[in-house]
Write a protein that binds this ligand. Structure first.
Ligand code: SF4
Length: 193
């Protein structure tokens, strides 16, 4: 039989209508199809990291309930209960699964040394040590205790902080408290852009 894909879909749709007219209830069959896709998946609510709109997403993962199995993300969709996007995602957010599963995804801290032309992987413990050491060194070198009129300002202009759209309110609260305690004035967040 010759026929296009469009013809096949038309016949399939008409068959469904015909079966419904004959008294067959197709709802359980459609429900079963839906269930099969997500049946063993666990849902994790998160935030799209791409832009400052901060749309809510649901990430479906399988494999994390069995021993010796690496969890695998199988689907990402908009969160219908999220007040910002109400289940919708732009094309970039809709491709989030490819970002999560991408083999080139950065999973370790990296550093690019002065004068170097490449990034090197370092362990987390080393990253923490280096951040702490450089923060102290830079703050000590750039701290301004008094302004030109002799007024106390206790300001550190040698360090800046910027956050991302996936940072929570609680995280941002702690960040601002910490950075202000160091005297930072240049504090920004991508979600304000
Ligand atoms: S889904 Fe699109 S609009 Fe929403 S946060 Fe992601 S990139 Fe921005």
């Amino acid at each position: 039989m010759n026929g296009s894909r469009r013809d096949f879909l038309k016949v399939s749709a008409l068959s469904g209508v015909g079966l419904t007219l004959l008294g067959f209830d197709l709802a359980p069959a459609y429900a079963q199809l839906r269930e099969l896709k997500m049946a063993r998946a666990s849902e994790t609510r998160s935030t799209c990291p791409y832009c400052s709109v901060s749309c809510g997403v649901i990430i479906y993962t399988i494999g994390d309930k069995a021993k010796n199995v690496t969890p695998q993300v199988i689907h990402v969709e908009g969160d219908p209960d999220h007040p910002i996007n109400r289940g919708t995602l732009c094309p970039k957010g809709a491709s989030l699964e490819q970002d999560i599963m991408n083999p080139r995804r950065l999973m370790k801290p990296q550093v690019r040394r002065p004068g170097s032309d490449h990034w090197e992987d370092i362990p987390w413990s080393q990253a923490y040590d280096e951040i702490a050491r450089w923060t102290k060194k830079t703050r000590d070198a750039s701290f301004i205790e008094k302004d030109a009129q002799g007024r106390t300002i206790n300001r550190c202009e040698g360090i800046a902080w910027t956050g991302g759209c996936t940072d929570t309110n609680e995280f941002n609260y702690l960040v601002v408290k910490t950075m202000r305690s160091l005297g930072l004035t240049y504090i920004e967040n991508q979600a304000r852009v």
